[in-house]
Design a protein around this ligand. Sequence first.
Ligand code: NAD
Length: 296
Amino acid sequence: MNFKNVTVAGSGVLGYQIAFQTAFHGFKVSVYDINDEVLGKAKAKFAELSECYKRDLNASQAQLDNTFNNLSYHSNLAEAVQDADLVIEAVPEDVAIKTAFYNQLREVAPAKTVFATNTSTLLPSQFRDLTGRPEKFLALHFANMIWVNNMAEIMGHDTTDKQVFDDLVQFAKAIGMVALPIYKEQPGHLLNSMLVPFLISALDLWVREVSQPESIDRAWMKSFGSPKGPFAILDIIGINTVYNVAKLHAETNPLMHPLMQKLENEFIQPGHLGMSTGKGFYTYPNPAYDAADFLK
Ligand code: NAD
């Protein structure tokens, strides 16, 4: 692996975390976003993030100073990628936006640059032909709260170069991730391929009034020593996202229609969107599943 300079495109929910984590591990990182105002917001979020690194990782002030020294900010794409060995794309999960981005990136990036997409639901083969370098293009997928949920799923398409794939596995490790190589294209990568059917099964039990969320969670927690059950996880993901995923599955799964209706009436309309709003299936900051007697 010969990566030194990394450009992260998009400084939203995931992009700014990827940029900071990469800079924290000694790489030079160019943060690219559409304008200086958005970049200003990213700078403010980096300051907040550094407090999380102190609290959760015991990061020293010297490490954080180095991290900030490794970051630069750009609203001009050609300038942002001029020395890039790797571009990590974290622009919105919208095919039209990603298409426009790769059309532009292809024109300005050096031939050597590897492109990696952080897409959660799309496949790299969908954008392969736009990159001008299909063999140097693949998915590198991170999880939210990257500094503690430190795993990265690496997934190529059928013409990704094996060496490039292996380099990305090494890069993921070099920035502190547990690297999870995926050998066949799979919508949802590894985690979401398992998690989405699991959560849908739990929601189905609730919608059909087979049981209540606390009992369904207890069944899971008690059996596997898990600190959280499916409804606690749904609160973390957020009910809006859950609703949007249900909508995606509605064409092929008729169970989604009563689910969407129930989520709409009981959660979305009253504004109970999960952990972020203080109420979802549980109430926060002290949800019942964290209480010592929840499993008694
Ligand atoms: P977001 O909407 O929070 O951030 C996207 C950023 O991209 C914004 O700052 C926006 O200004 C910027 N942007 C828009 N158009 C751009 C362009 N043409 N060039 C550069 N920047 C542009 O989105 P997000 O939640 O960070 O998601 C980004 C990607 O990461 C998506 O592909 C998503 O699937 C993936 N992802 C998200 C999560 C999550 O929990 N949010 C987790 C894993 C992966």
